[in-house]
Design a protein around this ligand. Structure first.
Ligand SMILES: Nc1ncnc2c1ncn2[C@@H]1O[C@H](COP(=O)(O)OP(=O)(O)OP(=O)(O)O)[C@@H](O)[C@H]1O
Ligand SMILES: [Mg+2]
Length: 310
């Protein structure tokens, strides 16, 4: 079981105003940001990961086109997700972030293009194999209201494994704890949870099968700043200690600035992928305003503090 260091430890701090600000995840909780491709020379379990296979992207999307009727949402999106990275996906409301996430996870078949997961089409692999590779936290949580929290977490275990019920219950309790909920939250129904608890319960369910890639759609939206910081710390910790690759759709600049190594921005049906430093040099008006506006400046300050700069 992983400790949840930092989860509730973030005190509120005021800086440059009276608003409660998000606590940035300390630098030590992050992956190295040295710019090198992840997986290339990192060691896991003492074995150098130097084979060509492990330096290839874990997921690769090419030429993705999505349309709904006459509305074109994506017009030729290319995206590589590197093993072990935390990639943010940003963009205005309605720019197609959730549709892209559903496409990358094989839940939405695009009008054009392909998505390769570990070299195989995400639309061709079996449900059980896919469930063992991919965990998804949907924007609205998407818990089944007629099932308790524990039953929701056990659902993928029931569907995709032959584990006996007592092992499923044990794993559900472990995942609840991992997501920062008390084991007794398991007997509650989704309607009895706060917004933050729903996010954590959905998080626990996404982790049920120990996926290699975790896709999170707005994991910190509508949460108070301390809980949001706890979720950021949890994501960074899962990434660091278990090596899980994480893709986060978010508007939350603090999340983008403190835990993401690279960020993909959707604007005008196209995608731009770069480090935040690179994106901050972009002349694209939406990207410039997003990163250099007052909230972007505040998040940049938090990033510098968490990295021990300035
Ligand atoms: N199943 C669907 N049928 C028709 N249109 C859809 C469907 N799913 C998404 N869209 C449209 O695609 C566009 C992009 O939607 P999407 O949910 O990806 O936006 P988003 O970037 O996630 O926005 P937000 O930040 O508000 O969550 C929207 O105009 C939406 O109405
Ligand atoms: Mg969305």
């Amino acid at each position: 079981m992983l400790p949840l260091g930092g989860q509730r430890s973030g005190g509120s701090h005021k800086r440059g105003g009276t608003h409660l600000r998000r606590r940035a995840v300390p630098r030590r909780e992050l992956l190295p940001l040295g710019g090198q491709r992840s997986g290339g020379s990192r060691k896991r379990g003492g074995t150098p990961m130097t084979t060509r296979r492990h330096s290839e992207p874990i997921l690769s999307a090419r030429g993705i086109v999505n349309r709904f009727g006459r509305q074109e949402v994506h017009d030729g999106i290319d995206l590589d997700i590197e093993r072990g990275e935390i990639l943010g996906i940003a963009g205005g409301s309605g720019s197609g972030k959730s549709v892209l996430l559903k496409t990358l996870t094989g839940l939405h078949r695009p009008n054009g293009g392909e998505v390769l997961l570990d070299g195989k089409s995400v639309f061709g692999i079996g449900q059980t194999e896919k469930a063992s590779l991919i965990g998804v936290l949907f924007q609205q949580g998407a818990l089944f209201s007629s099932l308790s929290v524990a039953q929701n977490i056990m659902l993928p275990l029931r569907e995709h494994t032959k584990l006996p019920p007592e092992d499923q219950e044990r794993i559900a309790a472990m995942k609840l704890e991992l997501a920062g909920l008390k084991a007794d939250a398991g007997i509650k129904f989704p309607s009895e949870l706060s917004g933050g608890m729903i996010k954590r319960a959905a998080f626990a369910r996404a982790l049920a099968l120990d996926p290699r890639i975790l896709f999170l759609d707005e994991p910190t939206s509508d949460l108070d700043p301390l809980i949001a910081s706890g979720i950021d710390a949890l994501i960074a910790q899962l990434n660091r200690s278990l090596g899980i690759t994480v893709v986060i759709v978010t508007h939350d600049l603090t999340t983008l600035f403190t835990i993401c190594r690279r960020v993909a921005v959707l604007v005008d049906k196209k995608i731009t992928v770069d480090t935040l430093e690179g994106l901050r040099r972009s002349r694209q008006p939406w990207i410039h305003e997003f990163l250099h506006g007052p909230r972007g400046q505040g998040a940049m300050t938090a990033r510098k503090q968490s990295h021990g700069i300035g």
